[in-house]
Ligand binder design. Structure first.
Ligand code: URP
Ligand code: ZN
Ligand code: ZN
Ligand code: ZN
Length: 461
């Protein structure tokens, strides 16, 4: 099967030019000067539209156990929603429960995802039990295509790792070339603030934000950076939300340290004011780190321009409002942490292009190309070029849309972006040559998505 996407503007991280894109089977076969005649089984007219590499969301939590419940999207519903939004690869987090092994955890996540995904997927591993066996098993994970390991300075008693445990895992990362991904919030101090707020009878959702001040994200980020420096390990800060944390990342990068960071659309577009919505509405916006006061947003956009923030992922971790979020009525610390977003990352970032915060090429870079390189999938993914997987999105910058839970495809009963009016929308999506979204309909199939065995971070020096 071959398809020719004609008359579009091909946008890669390195530049844009008018070209026809020939897809043969699962791969991009050629970029052709417009006007050259090429025979293909099917032609798509992309006049006035962009042709971009499929989005890569390197931070999702499908079917993740958390706080006595489980995130609402399965690998099936979550990857279908991803496809609708122009994301053709996700990297999800396998979560090691305390007391169990990394390899059995990986098996468990394969059992959830294999045969159930609409688009391609890979895994990171969350280490919540640092011991000799886990450290040894990091090598087997790497051999199995999982070479990035998330650790938590937050959530004492659950995922939390001590500085000593982090140091040991970082030493292993240094030895193997793996990347440590860090949830950088000072969980020990935060737990005290949470206990004090609850003791004072302050149980509303906004307290989630007030008890996790940006300084404690800045402090943890700095500490993680110093630990990485001592061990020589690469470090990737996940879901960076605060200017204080960004300052620490910027300073480390200026010295040449292998420190990288991602942010998420919620930190670019939502704020502490959303957490403070009346009644229990704020629970919809409870995620960690919390939404910040608005003034942090301009720092994050600047970080995206300077490359101190090099990736935007979603941290998609949906919990339904009508039942799951209600677990925390009267006690914000019991609200399951996380927000839905996998469907709207590419569209939301496009608003940054429209508003002049980033260029079109930078949009593609932070949504696809850098995630591919950072997590060892390039040039298989992340670029429109001959030989690459035909993960291709035809994007219509002239269309408009309004985000709503009534029309989204995620298995969650609210949208954090309800009523947002966006310029641009996904038109057609190919996942390894298979047309999965076209003419406003889903044409994919469960099980089309394949596990992506990943190489090491390609930015390491
Ligand atoms: O609140 C969040 N971010 N939930 C997902 C788990 C995590 O820490 O990434
Ligand atoms: Zn986290
Ligand atoms: Zn997360
Ligand atoms: Zn291939």
């Amino acid at each position: 099967m071959s398809t020719l996407i004609r008359n579009g503007l091909v946008i890669n991280a390195t530049g844009s030019h008018a070209a026809d894109v020939l897809i043969e089977g699962e791969h991009i076969a050629a970029l052709v000067t417009p006007g050259f005649s090429v025979r293909a089984d099917e032609e798509i007219d992309a006049a006035g539209k962009y042709v971009i590499p499929g989005g890569i969301d390197v931070h999702t939590h499908m079917e993740m156990p958390f706080g006595g419940t489980q995130s609402a999207d399965t690998f099936e519903t979550g990857t279908v929603a991803a496809a609708w939004g122009g994301t053709t690869t996700i990297v999800d987090f396998a979560v090691q429960p305390k007391g169990s092994s990394l390899l059995s955890t990986l098996d468990k996540w394969h059992a959830k995802a294999d045969g159930n995904c609409a688009v391609d997927y890979g895994f990171h591993m969350i280490i919540s039990d640092v011991n000799d066996q886990s450290l040894k098993e990091m090598e087997s994970c790497i051999a199995a295509g999982v070479n990035s390991f998330k650790m938590f300075m937050a959530y004492p008693g659950v995922f939390y790792a001590t500085d000593g445990e982090i140091l040991r895992a970082m030493q292993k990362a240094r030895e193997t070339g793996a990347t440590i991904m860090m949830h950088a919030e000072n969980g020990i101090a935060i737990d005290q603030l949470v206990a004090q707020a609850l003791a004072n009878g302050q149980g509303d959702p906004v307290q989630h934000g007030l008890t996790r001040p940006p300084e404690l994200e800045g402090e943890a980020t700095s500490r993680a950076i110093q630990l990485a420096k001592v061990t020589g390990s690469p470090l990737y800060i996940v879901h960076l939300s605060a200017a204080q944390a960004l300052d620490a990342v910027t300073a480390a990068r200026d010295t040449g340290q292998n420190v990288f960071a991602e942010t998420c659309p919620q930190y670019l577009y939502l704020s502490l004011e959303d957490l403070a919505r009346p009644g229990f509405e704020g629970a919809k916006y409870v995620a960690s780190p919390p939404l910040r006061p608005k003034e942090h947003q301009s720092s994050l956009w600047r970080g995206l321009r300077t490359n101190d923030l090099s990736v935007v992922s979603t941290d998609h971790c949906p919990f339904c409002f009508k039942d799951q979020k209600q677990l925390g009525v009267g006690d914000f610390s019991k609200i399951p942490n996380g927000m839905p977003g996998v469907e709207h990352r590419v569209d939301l970032l496009h608003q940054g292009v429209v508003k002049g915060e980033i260029t079109r090429e930078r949009w593609v870079e932070i949504a696809s190309t850098t995630p591919a390189r950072m997590f060892g999938m390039y040039p298989r993914k992340g670029v429109i070029a001959p030989g690459a997987d035909a993960d291709v999105v035809v994007y219509d910058p002239g269309a408009t849309q309004t985000i709503s839970a009534e029309t989204h495809h995620m298995a969650v009963d609210y949208s954090a972006y309800e009523g947002f009016e966006l310029a641009g929308r996904v038109d057609t999506v190919f996942s390894r040559g298979r047309k999965v979204i076209a003419d406003g309909a889903y044409h994919g199939s469960t099980g089309h998505g394949r596990f992506v065995s990943r190489d090491l971070n390609q930015y390491l020096v």
